[in-house]
Design a protein around this ligand. Structure first.
Ligand code: HEC
Ligand code: HEC
Ligand code: HEC
Length: 221
């Protein structure tokens, strides 16, 4: 009896194993399909995230407090702000601020922990630097593809050529061109014509006759 009972059950087991075998092929295909779908979804999401990440509005969609003023200055109509002028020309945040993975992790960590200092009035970060607006950053292919000498020549007919670098040496572009705030004419401290021809929307350092005879920047050789 027990034998009789066992043998069909053994048979059943065999049958079960066989059936299981018979099912493994479609099951693993199903698994492959599911994994495939998941991979496709992840890739689509990653691409979508990357596209979103490239949008200027991405920067303040999560990080409102530290980013709002920068994004606002980008969409503002302000001829004296680099972000605004470049925004109109379709240049994105990431062109001027290339996304480096370590920097981004650092930013996210600071944002989550709240360890960043900013000015409550202007909403600007206090870790302010002019490090991006250097000749190397601005004068490159894809951006202003020219040399300093080309730039000096390009603006030589302005009433005051601010790019007369051959005179005193090069200053950082960011000393005058501010990205997210009003730009400043700095030659005006010593040169009356510079003080008299401040471009629209710009600020200017006040003319100081006492300073005029001082040779600025790198002294001429
Ligand atoms: C034309 C280049 C340019 C564009 C476009 C630009 N920035 Fe900037 N950004 C700069 C420069 C240069 C500085 C350094 C400070 C300055 O000169 O005002 C800066 C400073 C900053 C800072 C302060 C951190 C620091 O190191 O000083 C933040 C935050 C920032 N930008 C965010 C943005 C966001 C967000 C966008 C897009 C909505 C954007 N920027 C678009 C050039 C740019
Ligand atoms: C001494 C201040 C000063 C410095 C430093 C400076 N610029 Fe300018 N730049 C100006 C002024 C002023 C204008 C004219 C702005 C206007 O008319 O609205 C200008 C205009 C420009 C223009 C537009 C030129 C045109 O033909 O319309 C470019 C491009 C430019 N600057 C690039 C640079 C780069 C790149 C650097 C760094 C190598 C730099 N500038 C450094 C003051 C400066
Ligand atoms: C601290 C004062 C000071 C500042 C700031 C200054 N200069 Fe001068 N600059 C001088 C003096 C002094 C001379 C005459 C001596 C010489 O040739 O270097 C001069 C001469 C010049 C000359 C020769 C023609 C002339 O008008 O006398 C040019 C061009 C010039 N500067 C351009 C600039 C530009 C562009 C800037 C801003 C990026 C600037 N300077 C900022 C003091 C200054």
């Amino acid at each position: 009896m027990a034998n009789e009972h066992q043998s069909p059950s053994a048979n059943e087991n065999d049958g079960g194993a066989a059936a299981a075998h018979a099912q493994t092929a479609p099951k693993s295909q199903k698994k492959k399909l599911i994994v495939g779908v998941i991979v496709v979804v992840i890739v689509v999401l990653a691409v979508a995230f990357w596209k979103w990440h490239e949008q200027p509005t991405f920067c303040n969609s999560v990080c409102h407090t530290p980013m709002d003023s920068y994004v606002e200055s980008y969409y503002q109509n302000n001829v004296a702000s680099l972000a605004s002028v470049h925004g109109k020309a379709g240049v994105t945040c990431l062109t001027c601020h290339p996304a480096k993975i370590d920097e981004q992790i650092n930013e996210v960590t600071k944002w989550i922990s709240g360890h960043y200092a900013y000015d409550k009035e202007t909403g600007k970060l206090l870790s302010h630097s002019a490090k991006y607006a250097t000749p190397e950053t601005c004068l490159r292919s894809g951006c202003h593809n020219m040399t300093l000498a080309d730039l000096e020549k390009k603006t030589k007919n302005m009433p005051w050529n601010p790019h007369a670098f051959s005179q005193h040496g090069v200053t950082n572009c960011g000393d005058c061109h501010k990205a997210h705030e009003q730009s400043v004419m700095i030659c005006s401290e010593c040169h009356r014509p510079a003080a008299e021809h401040v471009p629209e929307g710009w600020a200017a350092l006040p003319y100081r006759p006492d300073h005029e005879a001082t040779i600025p920047f790198h002294a001429k050789g």
